[in-house]
Design a protein around this ligand. Structure first.
Ligand code: MN
Length: 300
């Protein structure tokens, strides 16, 4: 991996007419999140599950959480380890405190993002800092190439105001969490997998286009309203996996009602993926080593 870069806050960008596309991608498949419980009992929908890791390489997981019932989130995620990948937490509404064994601490809230590279290993906790009210957001896991899995941990958090963004002529508001959209560099840029992570707020009837190389695996997750991509309607709570046709050059999205959605894409690593809970490596020997290192206290 090239050195991490984190852009400084930018002034509002000029509006954009969008990327001109010759052939937009179609929807290959719609996926519903699977209700599950993780951490000390946090209820969430696992949208990108282990069975889709190969198809959506370099992404390993997407969890969506959305509840105004404190019983669903108060327990949080007490101390637990990670090795071999990155976690990206995007909080739509709510407050979550992060602390890790590398000495980083931060509060993520309302529109903020936390980007943590576990690398060789961290132990961290992710705990709600609210007693009631709505908690809504996402956690995405981004794989690291084998050469970077044992790099030192890294951490940044961004408030909503820190995150670059722009508005299109059609009134679509775009937050560029990672990658580059319509000439705007996101908060985090990564060589190699070149992840693109956009949050889109689209008024009913508006259209948004994004150019994307055909090799990039890409998906859209709708969390408010509904969207349409090349004739396929995507309701809230569904992920649309976008087909990788060799001659397709991007994605064109239309809001069939006021909608909010994530558009996520990345260049696949095409390396073996071996996951054991919070460790994602390339071989079972490396997983054994991760477990041994954790048990011996070498991740703290
Ligand atoms: Mn974690």
């Amino acid at each position: 991996m090239t050195p991490d870069s984190a852009a400084s806050p930018k002034p509002p960008a000029p509006t954009s007419r969008g990327d001109a596309l010759t052939l937009p991608r179609r929807v290959e498949r719609l996926v519903a999140g699977q209700p599950t419980s993780d951490g000390a009992g946090v209820k969430l929908d696992r949208v990108l599950t282990q069975s889709l890791q190969r198809r959506l390489d370099p992404f390993l997981m997407l969890d969506a959480f959305h509840s105004d019932n404190p019983d669903d989130y108060l327990a949080g995620f007490p101390d637990h380890p990670h090795r071999g990948f990155e976690t990206v937490t995007f909080m739509i509404e709510g407050r979550m405190r992060h602390r890790d064994s590398a000495g980083n601490e931060g509060l993520i809230e309302n529109g903020g993002v936390q980007w943590m590279t576990a690398g060789s290993g961290v132990i961290h906790s992710e705990l709600p800092e609210q007693q009631d009210g709505l908690m809504e957001g996402f956690q995405l896991w981004l794989n690291l190439p084998s050469a970077d899995k044992m790099r030192p941990p890294w951490y940044r958090d961004f408030t909503a105001a820190d995150l670059p963004g722009f508005q299109t002529d059609a009134g679509v508001r775009v937050v560029v969490i990672a990658g580059r959209s319509h000439g705007i560099d996101g908060a985090v840029l990564r060589a190699g997998t070149e992840p693109l992570y956009l949050d889109l707020e689209m008024p009913a009837g508006s259209r948004f286009t994004q150019s994307l190389p055909a090799s990039r695996n890409a998906f859209v997750y709708v969390y408010r309203g509904s969207l349409e991509i090349e004739g396929t309607t995507i309701p809230a709570g569904r992920m649309a996996i976008l087909a990788n046709a060799a001659d397709a050059d991007g994605v064109a999205i239309r809001a069939t009602e006021d909608a909010r959605a994530l558009l996520i894409a990345g260049e696949p690593l095409r390396e073996p993926i071996v996951q054991y809970g919070p460790f994602v490596m390339n071989t079972t020997d490396q997983i054994r080593q991760a477990v041994a290192d954790f048990q011996a206290g070498r991740l703290a």
